[in-house]
Design a protein around this ligand. Structure first.
Ligand code: ADP
Length: 614
């Protein structure tokens, strides 16, 4: 036996084995797709059987058997179209035209004599090629659109069609180059076999292959699952779950309906619109939810009413639906749609339940996270209120006590000696403490304005250097002399009062937190990036761990105690608000025991800022 003969026999054997396998499958589960795949392999096996019969001399090469073989050959493209239609929906007119053409072709074959005119043979070949081109076109188009396992199945089908075309091309070439005919025929057989295997793998992939094909998407989805509960909204989680389920099953559409206990409906969200589905409807989705078990429906028809209410039911034909339930809590239902039932495999029912269970865990985690956040938020608000009240009460108490005590002292003196001259020293104490009180109350008010973004209001032309000189003159003391360096003039448009408040705060802190005295240096520089101002002292400095928290409300350094350094911890919070609402930034550089520098950078605003009221 020559090598090419061996190849031919091997490919015949393979075709026969595949035919037996798919026929057994079709008898066990006689669905349309299984029958179609059995028919597709029946045709080549019939041709092979007739070829063997002719070789053994049982059939003549011109008898009925030869006609049967040719008919089987002509029917192949049509059988392929049927199979393609089991997975991709082919247009009805295309299917009908191919059927009509097949009947005409078969009539030509059986009615006309063996020596047909050449043009009829050419027409028959054209028919076969045209149908094959259609199949390739349709399957490549569907391959590009599909995802996951379906993409891989359709790719195998496209490859099968390509092998089939090559098989015809090689077969025809063999006719033109007759000296190598045996080799050409063997090659054609091999290509035919490759086409057959590709179709088998594409249309009816064995379970292990399907699992392997599904694995990457499933793995990716499960890998992402842990992060999903932290997505910003439940809707975003539902979208991600739908996408993950569609990818894992290898379909275009998966939908999640969330159970609305109050209204007893399933709510589907699509393109910003909500559709409600009553669970009393007589459709698989509602059945799956009511019976709390996964359901496969190969051919689902929806009433017009349901179609009208929910656009996504329109294109659906085959579907899988599984309840999403966490323990005893019913959360919703997961549905996977496909235009044709064979897109799904038998064990996809188990897969969709697995995905629905995963969805339940994710949605339930989300609920728990939300609850925890609410509790945390309430606790945080209560803590803030308490902090606020105790800080405010504590800081208001000191000046108030002094005020009341001093006023009572003055009252007693006045009662004892009504003609005595006014106690100037006590009046001064009253004024200082009243001003301190006013300052505290204003700080409390400003702190609330920071949050509302309403600190900075009217901007006006201001020379920052002049402002800094004023502050220095006002606050410097012999123990805390103030020096200024940098520009001699920086004129821009800022909220003068707030910038003065900012610098006041920083310089007052520099003085307050330098209890042993020391110079305070202020610099104002106009740089390419904008205006840079800094306030430097040689005081107690700030522990590194405190620095990131100092701009939050009420935070005070761990190296300051209330008696030695009274304060509420609101000043820097307000400073940050003023700087940020001017579009700038504030930073701290500090060494404990050596001193601190507060650095403020502001955008340079040379012209009046015009705001347009809409
Ligand atoms: P208060 O001074 O009322 O505590 P601030 O918000 O102005 O509030 O300051 C917050 C904290 O930052 C202070 O308690 C102090 O610990 C620290 N701090 C601010 N400025 C300085 C500085 N110049 N030197 C050292 N520590 C400072």
């Amino acid at each position: 036996m020559s090598a090419d003969q061996l190849l031919t026999y091997l490919s015949w054997l393979m075709f026969t084995i595949i035919f037996v396998v798919v026929t057994v499958q079709a008898i066990r589960r006689p669905s349309r797709a299984h029958l179609d795949i059995a028919l597709l392999f029946a045709a080549p096996v019939l041709i092979i059987a007739i070829a063997i019969g002719t070789l053994l001399g049982v059939f003549s090469s011109t008898g009925v058997a030869a006609y049967l073989a040719s008919s089987a050959l002509l029917s192949l493209p049509y059988l392929l179209v049927r199979l393609v239609d089991d997975i991709i929906v082919a247009a009805l007119w295309v299917r009908r035209s191919i059927e009509v053409l097949l009947v005409i072709a078969l009539i030509c074959l059986w009615v006309l004599p063996v020596e047909r005119p050449a043009w009829i043979n050419i027409l028959l070949e054209l028919y076969v090629i045209a149908v094959l081109i259609y199949v390739i076109f349709a399957s490549v188009k569907a391959t590009l659109k599909a995802r996951g396992v379906t993409h891989r199945r359709l790719a195998a089908m496209s490859l099968g069609s390509l092998f089939l075309v090559m098989n015809i091309a090689v077969g025809s070439l063999g006719l033109w180059l007759p000296e190598q005919i045996a080799l050409w025929r063997a090659m054609a057989e091999l290509l035919g076999l490759a086409a057959g295997v590709s179709y088998l793998v594409g249309f009816a992939p064995p379970r292990w292959l399907r699992r392997a094909w599904q694995e990457p998407e499933l793995r990716a989805f499960l890998g992402r699952a842990a992060t999903l509960p932290r997505l910003p909204t439940t809707n975003a989680i539902v979208q991600a779950l739908q996408q993950g389920a569609a990818d894992s099953i290898g379909i275009e559409n998966a939908r999640i309906g969330l159970w609305d206990e109050a209204n007893q409906v399933l709510l589907f969200e699509q393109a910003g619109q909500q559709a409600a589905l009553s669970i009393d409807e007589d459709i698989p989705t509602a059945h799956a939810f009511r019976m709390q078990k996964p359901i496969f429906s190969p051919n689902t028809h929806y009433s017009e009413q349901i179609r009208a209410r929910s656009a996504h039911f329109n294109s659906a034909s085959a579907l899988l639906a599984a309840p999403i339930t966490a323990g005893t809590r019913r959360l919703g239902v997961l549905i996977a749609y496909a235009p044709r039932a064979p897109i799904f495999a038998d064990d996809d029912l188990a897969l969709i339940q697995l995905l629905a269970d995963q969805a339940a865990v994710i949605l339930e985690s989300r609920v728990l996270i939300d609850q925890a956040a609410r509790v945390h938020g309430r606790e945080e608000a209560a803590r803030l209120k308490e902090d606020f009240l105790s800080a405010a009460a504590h800081d208001l108490k000191t000046p108030l006590t002094t005020l009341v005590a001093r006023a009572q002292l003055m009252e007693r003196r006045a009662q004892r000696d009504p003609t005595a001259p006014a106690d100037q020293a006590s009046i001064q104490v009253l004024i200082t403490e009243a001003q301190r009180l006013k300052r505290l109350v204003l700080d409390l008010l400003d702190a609330t304005r920071v949050e509302q973004g309403q600190l900075v209001s009217r901007r006006e032309k201001v020379d920052l250097v002049v402002l800094v000189h004023d502050i220095c003159a006002r606050l410097a003391t012999p123990r805390h002399p103030c020096t200024i360096d940098g520009e001699t003039e920086v004129v821009g448009y800022y909220d003068q009062q707030r910038i003065a408040q900012l610098l006041d705060n920083l310089v007052e802190n520099a003085i307050k937190y330098s209890p042993d005295g020391g110079p305070i240096r202020i610099s104002v520089r106009h740089e390419d990036s904008g205006i840079n101002m800094s306030v430097t002292d040689h005081g107690i400095g700030i522990p590194a761990d405190d620095i990131p928290h100092l701009f939050t409300r009420f935070h005070r350094g761990t190296n300051v105690d209330d008696r030695r350094f009274p304060g509420m911890g609101l000043g820097l919070f307000i400073c940050k608000g003023i700087v940020e609402q001017h579009g700038g930034q504030i930073m701290i550089h500090s060494q404990p025991g050596q001193g601190s520098t507060f650095q403020v950078s502001l955008p340079f605003v040379p012209n009046e800022v015009v705001t347009y009221d809409s």
